[in-house]
Design a binder for this molecule. Sequence first.
Ligand code: HEM
Ligand code: HEM
Ligand SMILES: Nc1nc2c(c(=O)[nH]1)N[C@H]1C(S)=C(S)[C@@H](COP(=O)(O)O)O[C@H]1N2
Ligand SMILES: [Mo]
Length: 382
Amino acid sequence: MKAFADLKPATPSRLHDQRTAALLGIGLGVTFSVCFVTGLISHLLQNPQPWFAWPSRPVNLYRFTQGLHVMTGIASIPLLLAKLWVVYPKFWTWPPAKSVTHALERMSLLPLVGGSLFLLYTGVLNIAYWYTPMPFSFPHAHYWAAWLTIGALVVHIGAKIAITRQAVFTRVTPGDVQEPAVAAGQLSRRGFLLTVVAASATLLLSVLGQTVRPLSRLAVLGARRPGVGPQGLPVNKSAAEAGIRDAALDPGWRLVVDSKGVAKGSWSLAELAAMPQRRARLPIACVEGWSQSAEWEGVPLRELLHLAGARVRTVRVESLEQQGLYRTSVVHRRLVADRDTLVALRLDGEPLDLDHGYPVRLIAPNRPGVLQTKWLSRITLS
Ligand code: HEM
Ligand code: HEM
Ligand SMILES: Nc1nc2c(c(=O)[nH]1)N[C@H]1C(S)=C(S)[C@@H](COP(=O)(O)O)O[C@H]1N2
Ligand SMILES: [Mo]
């Protein structure tokens, strides 16, 4: 118990203590770890690596991991603000460092705090589709900030694990010397932590509505709402924005399968529509935080490869769109093999709206929305 006496708050408010800092720290440790893992999954899907095998099922898995990413990120905001408020008196302790190790550990607070704030700031701007205050590439900046922050967090946990154990597991009873009674008008630790959790829950409700329909009216923070858009589905980039209207409506449009510049097959929309069609209920799970399922109908991609005389293999699909980051995507062999990976002609029983990818688009299970390429023109065999 002697060591615990050292835990006494040195500042007037009893909330600036180690126990509160440790409890909020544990909360942040959990949310940041979940964010890091789910963020890496998203990164690896968009920047495939040979050692990373992502299954094509369950169809909603990516929808779930990316939803979790955004949720845990949002929930971190009140936790982080509360934590910084609890520990700020420590910033001006004197002398600033007791030893070289301590000095290094304190220096790692800069990337820890700076990186955390940067991740939450850029993440929120991203899901709000508000890029003006981010004059840099969001994925790159957010990705490298994540590594920096997690590195600093590992150092921080190493430095604070002993205090955390002690502060969390030492039993205290109100009225102890170590745990002064709550004075009238003072917020108790429990009251403070409950307020922080309530703030997190309120923020969560404001984004959950982007995916969970009954909550859609609460989605004040989200830029897209389920059910709002042509054919009742949100649109990320419209045909007009992509500049493909004329090419998409051209009656001479054909979908080409080629290999090393040589055409292996090509079909008009009428020819594709005359082939056996397959239906699948699949989500669009946008990396930017919204998602919605729909009933898609079209020709399985592997069927077209078969008609072009090719085995199941990794392919690249290309859009009519001339520019833009999302004009092309790679479809891994594992996904090509899935019978629900479609070159889709119809959505919820109607021909695709121009904004949803008319004449045909790719739709595949368990895949980020950015890779569900619209307005297809070409499929290239690797
Ligand atoms: C994003 C995550 C986190 C941030 C930004 C953060 C930030 C900080 C800062 C700035 C301090 C004050 C500097 C110092 O005392 O040296 C601090 C103290 C502390 N943190 Fe964290 N922290 C985070 C996560 C964690 C985690 C995961 C734990 C638990 C394992 C933790 C436990 C503590 C403890 C016990 C203290 C000492 C409080 C005291 O001595 O009064 N923190 N944290
Ligand atoms: C409010 C908090 C956050 C929000 C709203 C948010 C949002 C997002 C979004 C929308 C993406 C997808 C971007 C894209 O791939 O185009 C993303 C990716 C990512 N996030 Fe976050 N994020 C938050 C916090 C965090 C935190 C705390 C970490 C790490 C500890 C993190 C790590 C990552 C990583 C590694 C990626 C992958 C980046 C890439 O594609 O290269 N995020 N985040
Ligand atoms: N060619 C092309 N395809 C694209 C995009 C794009 O900008 N260009 N945006 C992608 C993104 S980010 C998402 S979330 C989905 C959204 O599909 P939807 O607009 O039909 O809902 O389309 C994807 N396909
Ligand atoms: Mo998206």
